[in-house]
Design a protein around this ligand. Structure first.
Ligand SMILES: [Zn+2]
Length: 105
């Protein structure tokens, strides 16, 4: 399997360290221990599209977010985690600002 690092270009997957699901980017806040326990220990194992964190250990030392199909092993997208996290952060901020449905305005 080849992974196209956004900074280094196409590389063998053995240059990368697999970390896990992108869920690690959205850690629950506060002290809801059930939510934290689920976040740390309960993982989906889907057959199909996943988004996972990988570390380019033998290259540029960047964290990348890879979208891939676990059945066909086809990679459809690779982005730097910093770029992806900025998008996730912007999405969370826009949800926080959105008025509640059916609520008073
Ligand atoms: Zn790289």
């Amino acid at each position: 399997m080849r992974i196209t690092c956004p900074l280094c270009g196409p590389r063998d997957r053995r240059e990368f360290y697999y970390y896990g699901s992108e869920d690690y980017l959205t850690r629950p806040e506060g002290e809801d221990w059930d939510a934290i326990d689920a976040h740390l220990h309960l993982r989906d194992n889907p057959a199909g599209r996943t988004r996972d964190l990988w570390y380019h250990e033998m290259g540029c030392a960047s964290w990348v977010l890879i979208t891939r199909d676990t059945v066909s092993h086809q990679i459809s997208d690779v982005v730097l985690v910093g770029d992806a996290a900025a998008g996730i952060s912007a999405k969370m901020k826009s949800k926080a600002k959105a008025p509640a449905k059916g609520g008073a305005q």
